[in-house]
Ligand binder design. Structure first.
Ligand SMILES: [Zn+2]
Ligand SMILES: [Zn+2]
Length: 253
């Protein structure tokens, strides 16, 4: 099996225009056994927030089922989702996560935290990540722990070692996977952050990683995997994970 991209958006997410089928054709050409998209399920009562929208899960499920049937025997199409966590809708999101037969659930935070400096804002972001990771329960993977730095600017992750340690320990003790998000690779600062994340996570005993490009279009599907897979192996990790029927599966790298 080739390396599966575990974080992907198609035109069923509001910020993508890519047809799911285009990725599937490439995944088959790559020799992948499994495929899924992880469309945004950002459920929030503020409809004016451009970063948040309700997801039409029935459309996603119907498309996933149709693709599974069409490509049966060539690749197995799974049903994934990326739930964007907000404290204000925590209970509703838990209920949503249990209502559909997902194969794999990513939990992610997309807010823009307050603060006077990049470090203050990032600390605020990580605090919320810890709260979500510790209380949500019904998820498999925690996504892009440096997400907000894409928008507020780079900082050294070593300055946030304590908070990242708290987050990684929550994931490890709850048997959740940590996502290595390659969206910004080969940006040297993004690669440096991934290196730090891998170093700290493996020092703490973490072994359960997924990899995802967070692609919203075909040209960046599996972006940066060629750079990041060797880096992951450098830390003694020989398998990556994905989830089928909410059960963990391994891919050798
Ligand atoms: Zn995300
Ligand atoms: Zn995403």
């Amino acid at each position: 099996m080739r390396i599966m991209d575990c974080h992907l958006h198609s035109d069923m997410s509001l910020d993508s225009r890519e047809d799911m089928e285009n990725y599937i054709k490439q995944a088959i050409a790559d020799g992948d056994e499994y495929f899924l998209t992880t469309e945004h399920a950002n459920i929030i009562d503020d409809k004016d927030d451009p970063f948040c929208h309700m997801v039409d899960i029935d459309i996603i499920k119907a498309k996933t089922d149709a693709m599974r049937e069409k490509y049966a025997g060539k690749i197995e199409v799974l049903f994934g989702i990326e739930i964007g966590w907000f404290a204000s809708v925590h209970d509703f999101e838990i209920e949503f996560s249990k209502r559909y037969p997902f194969d794999m659930i990513i939990l992610a935070l997309h807010g823009r935290p307050d603060g006077d400096t990049v470090d203050a804002r990032y600390d605020n972001y990580l605090r919320q990540c810890c709260q979500a990771a510790a209380t949500f329960g019904n998820y498999d993977i925690f996504a892009h722990v440096d997400y907000v730095l894409r928008y507020i600017g780079h900082t050294e992750l070593s300055k946030h070692k304590d908070r990242l340690t708290e987050l990684f320990n929550i994931l490890i003790s709850n048997n959740k996977a940590l996502e290595i998000n390659t969206k910004q690779v080969p940006d040297p600062q993004a690669v440096e952050r991934i290196d730090y994340i891998l170093s700290l996570y493996t020092q703490l005993g973490g072994r359960k990683l997924t990899i995802g490009s967070d692609a919203h279009s075909m040209p960046v599907y599996k972006n940066g995997f060629d750079i990041i897979i060797p880096l992951i192996k450098k830390y003694g990790i020989n398998h990556l994970y994905f989830y089928k029927e909410r059960k963990e599966c391994k891919i050798a790298i």
